[in-house]
Design a protein around this ligand. Structure first.
Ligand SMILES: [Zn+2]
Length: 380
């Protein structure tokens, strides 16, 4: 199926809640009760199921639901030599309590750089398997260099190999560039770089946002200030995608607004103009959750060669939005935009980490509602 000529193309941001039996099996592998080969079969089954669900829901461009990944970012620790998966308690025994206090939920199983990282295929096998069980175009997500820099550099584990976080980012950029090309050549329809840390900057100022504050504490990283963080994120992303053609490249930013924050109701327009200098085709953004701001503010500044992946479904709320409500959201946001440049997606992955609780049934209903909204929009 060709995406060309589609209007209000529907897609997902990446992850889908794992079946209960998959999470149970993961526990058994960790405790040694299950062999890795047996777990592999569970993973294949979970991917087939998730893909079928997206097909049944009527989604145009699908993912494998990131079923094989411990989390959207820690999966570099499952695939790239040099990264190591370390439980957060091992980094700081007090981390979980601190995290709750800061309201900054991050992955418990952390990938940290504990050696010099080396190039290896990250998601090619995932893509090949997905393509062997579906006719739909497949999107693949990858952690961005700026995200990996913030998440995976740890003073104790990484400093012997990378004096500063930026050095790790520079090395990872080279790997991610090769991976985008590999994924393109293996038939990916869309490669999305996940850039939650850049989105979180909406909440930062002279002081860092809650995620940087918390990661700074446990990994020994320093906030560079709003302007420098923003330009570093922009430059790393541009280096990662520079000169690569033949595949749609997007960037997903998080927002996850918190009530009571001074930036409640403000969106990614706070990251202007730098964010518009990032050379990706599509911005995949969060706009359905309360407090995330008005998409029109961002859309009206978008260069004419860009698309928006509009977040129209809330992943923090179990209430299923009606198709009409979703269609209204999209219509309002895209008033001045050619519908070919508007994609519809949930705000974020439904389960960025494999243990995030979100009912699979509810996730499915939300996707179906979104696909029905696209039908309404297309029929006008
Ligand atoms: Zn997200």
């Amino acid at each position: 199926m060709d995406i060309q000529g589609f209007v209000y193309t529907t897609s997902v941001v990446g992850s889908f809640p794992r079946p209960r039996w998959l999470k149970d099996a993961f526990g058994k592998v960790k405790s040694g009760e299950m062999k890795a080969e047996q777990y592999d079969e569970f993973l294949d089954d979970a991917v087939k199921l998730t893909i079928r669900e997206q097909e049944l829901a009527g989604i145009d461009v699908i993912t494998d639901g990131e079923q094989r990944r411990v989390s959207f970012v820690s999966f570099v620790g499952q695939t790239i030599p040099g990264f190591q998966l370390v439980h957060i308690n091992e980094i700081n025994p007090d981390a979980v309590r601190m995290m709750k206090e800061q309201k900054a939920p991050i992955t418990y199983w952390r990938a940290v750089a504990a050696g010099t990282i080396k190039d290896a295929p990250m998601a090619v096998r995932e893509l090949e398997f997905a393509r062997s069980v579906t006719e739909k175009p497949v999107k693949v997500t990858l952690p961005s260099p700026y995200l990996v820099m913030w998440e995976a550099w740890d003073e104790k584990f990484s400093k012997p190999f990378y004096r500063q976080p930026e050095d790790l980012a520079t090395d990872y950029v080279k790997i991610v560039r090769k991976e985008i090309v590999r994924l393109r050549d293996a038939g990916a329809a869309f490669v999305q770089l996940d850039e939650p840390m850049l989105g979180d900057l909406v909440e930062a100022g002279e002081e860092p946002d809650r995620y940087r504050k918390f990661i700074g504490l446990i990994h020994g990283q320093k906030y560079r200030g709003f302007k420098d963080e923003l330009s570093l994120g922009r430059d790393l992303m541009n280096e990662a995608v520079k000169g690569i053609s033949g595949v749609r490249i997007g960037m997903h930013m998080d927002r996850w607004p918190v009530k009571g924050s001074p930036n409640w109701g403000i969106g990614y327009e706070r990251l202007l103009p730098d964010v518009m200098d990032i050379k990706v085709k599509q911005y995949v953004l969060e706009y359905a959750s309360k407090g995330s701001g008005d998409p029109a503010r961002f859309i009206e500044q978008m260069p004419s060669d860009r698309e928006i992946g509009l977040g129209v479904v809330d992943v923090t709320d179990s209430k299923v939005e009606s198709p009409k409500r979703i269609a209204d959201r999209a219509r309002r946001a895209g008033k001045h935009l050619d519908p070919e440049r508007i994609w519809l997606n949930p705000d974020c992955g439904f389960a960025p980490g494999m243990f995030r609780k979100f009912e699979r049934r509810t996730a499915f209903e939300k996707l179906r509602s979104m696909a029905e909204a696209a039908e309404i929009l297309r029929s006008k």
